[in-house]
Design a protein around this ligand. Structure first.
Ligand code: ZN
Length: 337
């Protein structure tokens, strides 16, 4: 069942995450545990990379676990973790990039680093999409493939729509970021400005044309009960048609690591227990919104709307404020503010 451009592949079986996981998966869990306490530095995490092709994008299983480079150092605004995983990077990890360096490397660190910077926030789906199935089912070119213009998103069992959630968190996020002096662009405001969409290619284009310094697409997942937690989706390296992500791989990973760490800290949520091997980070090559982006961009799946415990959090305005704060802190840290 496909309800969400960002819907993940099926959950990993329990045996894939315990107890006979490889050493790096066990280590990553330890890192995540540390991150829940002092999560702003997530260097050394490993990624589950989702690879492959085919039309049934959402049914492909995670296939490869790859070590990440240990580059996610803290911005000055974030606390230094007691146990910095970067101190003992995973074997084979690449040397880290310059910590705290804003993309482009032109802005100074600190508050001034935020002056003149632009963040594009993409609220996943649209509350009107379900009334416009013909329009949103139209196939659009995502460079590497063709895919539906947009999807309706999921809901909680009590009917709270993912599209409502994503819009609410996005607006809260905008408020926090604007208070920091950032320019913020939303890709849409649902019924306020358009009855459906935008299509996923247009969502990417809005970030590109704004020359955004960071782009975040806000979502919540819709998988089986018992699957819990958040994950951040990073772009895979893809090239085809209008898609070429080579230049955004590294900055997007840095953005995603910072968001994941700060989100865990502000919400108290754990990384997803059903994919990503407990890292809270997943790489995907099948999302038009990522494939077509030329700016650093990630998706965040804030929780599972089909799990009662996660749904209770997602339905809480107080929790959504914490979620927005965590995402904002990650963005600000990424920008060197
Ligand atoms: Zn979604």
């Amino acid at each position: 069942m496909r309800y969400d451009e960002s819907s993940p592949p099926p959950p990993e079986s329990a045996s894939s995450i315990s107890p006979d996981r490889p050493w790096y998966a066990r280590r990553s869990t330890l890192v995540v545990a540390a991150a829940a306490i002092a999560p702003a530095c997530l260097a050394g995490w490993v990624l589950t990379e989702v690879l492959g092709g085919g039309a049934s994008d959402d049914s492909r299983p995670p296939r490869i676990v790859m070590p990440l480079s240990a580059s996610a150092k803290l911005p000055s605004a974030a606390p230094t973790p007691a146990a910095d995983p970067a101190a003992s990077p995973a074997p084979g990890a690449a040397p880290g990039a310059t910590p705290g360096a804003p993309p482009g490397g032109t802005a100074p660190a600190g508050a001034n680093a935020l002056v003149g910077r632009t963040v594009v926030i993409d609220p996943g789906h649209n509350t009107g999409n379900f009334k416009h199935t013909t329009e949103i089912n139209r196939q659009v070119d995502i460079g590497t493939n063709r895919k539906e213009c947009d999807t309706t998103g999921t809901t909680t069992n009590s009917g709270y729509m993912e599209a409502e959630f994503s819009m609410d968190v996005s607006r809260r996020l905008r408020t926090v970021l604007e208070a920091k002096g950032l320019k913020v662009v939303l890709t849409h405001e649902a019924g306020k400005d358009r009855p459906f969409g935008p299509c996923i290619d247009e969502r990417a284009r809005i970030g590109n044309e704004a020359a955004a310094d960071a782009v975040v697409s806000v979502h919540a997942d819709g998988v089986s009960a018992g699957s819990r937690g958040f994950h951040v989706i990073l772009p895979a390296k893809v090239k085809g048609g209008g898609a070429d992500t080579a230049k955004i791989i590294e900055p997007s990973r840095q953005l995603g690591e910072r968001i994941a760490g700060n989100f865990a800290r502000t919400t108290g949520s754990a990384p997803a227990n059903y994919l990503g091997s407990g890292t809270g980070l997943v790489v995907r090559d099948d999302l038009g919104g990522l494939n077509l982006s030329t700016r650093p961009k990630v998706f965040i799946e804030c929780g599972n709307m089909r799990d009662a415990k996660d749904a209770a959090q997602l339905s809480s305005p107080e929790w959504r404020q914490k979620a927005a704060q965590g995402i904002a802190d990650g963005i600000v840290g990424f920008l060197g503010g």
